[in-house]
Every structure is written in C-alpha cells, then in structure tokens.
Design a protein around this ligand. Structure first.
Ligand code: ADP
Length: 635
C-alpha cells in the first residue's frame, strides 16, 4: 500500500514538474523572443505568456505537496485561486468587456485561448478543493478533470495526425501543442491526488477488473494510436490503394484485439485458478479442523457445517443445513452473543468467563467454548461459529481442584501433627532432665566418678534433643500466621545485618549489597529469617584463613524476583547440594562448625510458601552462592 502511494506521489511530482518546465521554457522564450522555445515544436502555435505563468503557478501548487502542512496548504490555495481568478476574468473578457487584464502580464503574447482558460479554471479549482474536505466537490472536480485530460489527449492526437479541425475548435484561436501537453500533464497529476475517484478509480482499484484495466489500457492505447497514425500516413502519401488500406487497417485491428483478448483471458484464467486453489485449501482447512465449524447466514440459518460438527453434535450435515443456529448454540447463549457483539466486525468469544453448554442430538449436554467470527461473502455477511468441546478439560480441572483441596488438607494435618508431636515430646524430656538434676542434687555423695560422667552425657543428650524438638516446633510454626504485605528488602537486609552485628564484627566479615533490593509482596518475618540463615551460614562456614566476604543482590526474572547471597567460604560439594536443604541434614558434621541442619530446611520452606525455590551454586570466589526466588505477586 505504501509503495502504491509512493508511486502516485512520484507520478504527481514528475508530471507537474514536466508541465512547469514546459511553461518556464516558454516564459524564457518570450523573454528572449525565441519562437522555438515558446511553441516547443518549430512551426506550431506558441504557448501564451499568460498561459505559461498560470501553468507554472499550478505546477508549483502541485509540487508543494504534502498537504498536511497548514502553511503549504495556504500557499497552494492562494496559487490555485490566483490562476482561477485570472482565467475567469479572461473568459469574461471574451463574453463581456475587455478588462485589459492580459496587458498586465505581457502585451506581446495576447489573450489566453478560452478553452485553455476554462481548463485552467477546472485544474485550479480541483487543486483548491483538494485542500478542503468537501468530498462532493472533489468528486465533481475529478470528473471535470477527466474531461480536460481527454480533450487535451484528443488535441495532441490531432496534432500528431495533423488534423487542425480538432485543435482549432472553430474558436477564436487554437490551443497550442505545448499548452495541450502541459495541461494534460497538470490534469493527470491533479487527478492522481484522489486516485480512487472518477475514471482514474478504474485503473487504481484492487479488483481483478482494475488489474485488467491497468494491464491492457496503455498497450491498447498505443497500439490503436500506431494503427491510426499509419493509416493516416497511408492516406496522406498513398502507399496502398484505399481499399487495401481499409482491409489492412481492419485486419490489423482485429489481430490486435485478438491478442488482447487472448492476454486478458489467460490472465483471468490464472486468477480464477489461484482463486479455486485458495477456495479448495480453505475447504480442506475447514473439513480437517479439529473443531466444529458452522457457517450461518444473517437470519441465523445454518449454511454449512464440517464433519467435526457431525461427530460432536450427532446430526448429519444434511440435517443441519437450513436449520436454526439455536441447534448449535442454545437460545440463551445466542442472546449473550448479541449482547457482546457491538458491530458486525467484532469477533466474539463465549465460554471463557462463563459456562456454556451445547446440546447433542440425543439431548445430552456438554461444555463448550465458542468463537463467532463475522465473515464477508458474496452472499452477504455470515457468521462462522467455531465450537470447542471442553468436556475433557473441565474433567481434568475438576480432578486437579479436588486433588489440590485434598493436598491442602493433608498438609495441614501433617503440620498439625509435627507441631503437636514435637510439643508433647518436650514434656517427658523435661521430666528426664529434671530427674537428672534431682539425682545430682539429692545424692551428691553417691553421684561421683563414672556415674556423674554418664549423667552429664545424658543431660547433654536431653538438652540436644530438646533443642532439636524446639527446632522442629519452629519449623512447624513457620508461616502459620503469615501476613502477606509490601516488604522492603533493603530494610529487611539492614535489620539482619544489625542483628548479626556481633558475629560480623568478630569475624571481620564484609557485606556488600550489589544491587538495589526491591520492595516486594512477601511474609516479612519469614523473609527476614531466610536472609538471616543465609548470612549466618555464609559467615559460619568461612575458610580458616580468609575474611568472609558476602554479596547480596536481586534481579527480576519471568514473574519472579531472584535473590542471591554469595560467599567466599568453604563451598559445598556437588553431592551435598540438594541434601543440605533437608531437615537435620548437614554436609559438614565436624565439631568445628556448630549446627543442627535446620537452617536451610527453614529457608526452603520459606521459599516454598513464597511460590519460589532455593538452590545453591558454586560461588565465583570458590565459596558458594545461595539463590532463591520469590513470586512477583503483582506481575
Ligand atoms: P547448620 O548450619 O545448622 O548445619 P543448615 O541447614 O543451615 O544447618 O545447613 C546445612 C548444611 O549446609 C551445613 O551443615 C553446611 O554443611 C552446609 N552449608 C550451609 N550454608 C553453607 C555455606 N554458606 N557454605 C558452605 N556450606 C554451607
């Protein structure tokens, strides 16, 4: 489309430049009194000085496109009105009195020919109206312009065939050759400003007829012109006898016509062939579609249905043809369609936000999704209905929903069990611990040596077990009364760093926040615990001979926030990288690193409740990088 517009624009520029150049040469000819320049062809009538000025003004007006610039538009209007005014006064002079307007410009060249003046008025007005929005005026002017083009064409042919009657018009003066040429160029350029209007529309349209008109017109025009010219020469120089001349003309004309008919038929057949292939492909597409496709007319009568419709609804295609569309879409849903469609071009989908059911021939209902597409055909506007049977999807959705609910209940039960179990375990443990203390207090003489040592070990074991149970209890409690809210991660990390101040100072650790940390929707207390565990571990599992360097950062990724806590510590072997997130599992159990293997299990649970996950990668500085994601609840 853009290239076609560009072609029209170029046409306007070339033809109006051509007319302007002819007129300027003529003006120059008048100035230096050189006849050949004023008449273009030696011996022909010269273009009047006044005409040349008017043509130059109109040529400039046409060259001043584009018209979306207001000041340029104003200049175009002024130039065209100047020419219209001058040509109108000239015409009036012929009818009424002499206003001596011709003398203003150039005495020597005389008054503009009345036909030329008329044509200048038409072209001037057409250019003027083209700058306004009056569509009706544009249409009228377009037909008048076509007339100017045709008359100028006839005059040029008359010059070519040397038939003065056609350019003399029995008026006061004849239209000069170069004037006719320039006016033809100007009128064609002005016509192309509105390519779809008037006779030009026949050549600029997009239909097959327009394509044929474009393809044939120029060839036919020049062939007939050549034949006519040869016949004219024959007539003038008596090459062959008049009878033979007429026969030759007739035969040549018939031959040319035959060639063009042949060419047109081949082109039309080719187009027809392409159209048939496209139609067949469309038919195949419709028939092999996995969806039921139904065409219905404006009166809701089914025109056609594909094989899938038969399978889905149980009706044969013959049974469906001519039936009401309500057989496919029950009445209440059809009403919904009319509610949703605002105009005849809108595609409407039903069954996405609401539940829609269609009815089979045997009366059973099934859930569907419908898409109704307006389609233009030669028989008028029709609607193509696509029906998707979503029974299977609905069944799966139901299964998933029940399973999710079951899973939620089971999870809740499990959490309660862990909580209750660990809570109840504390009690007997406390009793054992109390009795050990009692024994030591009540029998200080007897609790000595090996017995005291054993009781000490028992006490340490009960303390450790109590700690483990407390950890389990905390793990169970995690996220119980969670509140999701906007959480500023910068604040969270700053608080964690301040809480761990003693550890950081004693280990001389440096903590760098590498990127701006976002404010996210999260469970603040849990998120804080997550950062605390990771930073704590990063310091705890440091190398003996290195100062801990920790980097924290974040980036947005596919609907998630991805955080990382990186260190230069002892690192984690590949075989341990998954197991360390399990409760009470540790990679390093040596005494040198204290711990119970609960911290990362907590971190994993916290990442889980945020819809994310946690994992560890080897760090850039031989340490490790812990990464976790948090669902961007606002995305
Ligand atoms: P704990 O720290 O109590 O051992 P965690 O669950 O926090 O328990 O960690 C589990 C194990 O993961 C640790 O014992 C340790 O082996 C390993 N680990 C955790 N963080 C790091 C780290 N930053 N560098 C190296 N190893 C780590």
């Amino acid at each position: 489309m853009k290239s076609i517009r560009l072609t029209y624009k170029r046409f306007v520029i070339y033809t109006s430049s051509f007319a302007t150049v002819i007129a300027l040469i003529s003006i120059f000819g008048w100035m230096i009194n050189f006849d050949t320049l004023t008449s273009a062809v030696s011996g022909y009538l010269p273009m009047k000085f006044n005409t040349a000025v008017c043509i130059t003004l109109l040529g400039i007006a046409l060259l001043l496109r584009p018209r979306n610039n207001q000041s340029k538009r104003d200049i175009i209007k002024i130039l065209s009105l100047l020419v219209v005014g001058f040509a109108t006064i000239t015409l009036l002079q012929y009818i009424f009195i002499n206003f001596k307007v011709d003398d203003i410009l150039e005495k020597a060249s005389g008054r503009i020919n009345p036909i030329t003046a008329l044509f200048l008025i038409v072209i001037g007005l057409a250019i003027f109206f083209n700058c306004t929005i009056k569509e009706r005026c544009k249409h009228v002017m377009q037909y008048l312009l076509n007339l100017v083009t045709i008359v100028c064409g006839v005059i040029l042919i008359a010059y070519l065939f040397n038939v003065p009657q056609f350019y003399m018009f029995n008026f006061i003066t004849a239209m000069p050759f170069c004037t006719a040429l320039a006016l033809l160029a100007l009128s064609s350029a002005t016509t192309i400003l509105n390519p779809s209007y008037g006779v030009v529309g026949l050549f600029t349209g997009k239909m097959v007829g327009n394509y044929m008109a474009r393809k044939l017109s120029i060839k036919m025009f020049f062939s007939i012109l050549l034949l006519g010219y040869l016949h004219n020469l024959d007539h003038r120089y008596d090459w062959v006898s008049p009878g033979l001349g007429s026969v030759l003309l007739t035969v040549s004309f018939m031959a040319i016509t035959l060639i063009f008919i042949w060419e047109s038929c081949t082109a039309i057949n080719k187009l027809e062939y392409k159209k048939n292939i496209a139609r067949e492909n469309f038919r195949l597409g419709v028939e092999s579609s996995p969806y039921a496709l139904i065409l219905s007319d404006a009166n809701e009568k089914i025109i056609h249905a594909n094989i899938q419709t038969e399978k889905l609804y149980g009706y044969t295609i013959q049974e469906l043809a001519g039936q009401s569309l309500q057989l496919i879409i029950p009445e209440k849903y059809l009403a919904l369609y009319y509610e949703k469609k605002q105009d005849n071009t809108k595609v409407v989908s039903l069954g996405i936000e609401e539940d829609i059911f269609a009815v089979r021939k045997d009366g059973t209902e099934f859930p569907v999704e419908l898409v109704l597409t307006p389609v233009k055909t030669t028989e008028g506007a029709v609607v193509m209905v696509s029906v998707f049977d979503i029974s299977l999807r609905k069944r799966h959705e139901k299964i998933i929903r029940t399973q999710v609910i079951e899973l939620q209940v089971k999870n809740q039960e499990l959490e309660n069990l862990t909580y209750i179990a660990s809570h109840d375990l504390q009690e007997p443990l406390r009793t054992v611990s109390n009795y050990i203390t009692l024994l030591e207090e009540d029998y200080p003489d007897r609790i000595t040596g090996e017995i005291k040592e054993h009781l000490g070990t028992m006490q340490a074991a009960t303390n450790r077990m109590s700690l483990l149970i407390r950890s389990l209890l905390d793990y169970g409690k995690l996220g119980r009364n969670r509140i999701l809210g906007p959480t500023n991660c910068n604040d969270v990390v700053t608080n964690v760093v301040s809480d761990l101040n003693n550890l950081i100072t004693s280990s001389k650790a440096t903590i760098t926040i590498a990127t701006e940390l976002p404010t996210i929707y999260a469970y603040e207390t849990e998120l804080r615990l997550l950062f605390q565990n990771l930073v704590n571990n990063a310091i705890k599992f440091r190398k003996k001979d290195a100062v801990p360097r920790i980097t924290i950062g974040c980036r947005k990724l596919n609907g998630f926030y991805e955080f990382y806590v990186s260190d230069n510590g002892i690192g984690i072997s590949c075989k341990d990288k998954d197991v360390i997130f399990h409760i009470f599992k540790r990679a390093k159990t040596e005494e040198e690193y204290e711990g119970h293997g609960i911290g990362l299990a907590n971190c994993k649970k916290i990442a889980d409740i945020h819809g994310g996950k946690i994992w560890v990668e080897p760090g850039a500085e031989s340490g490790s990088t812990f990464k976790f994601t948090i669902l961007n609840f606002k995305a």
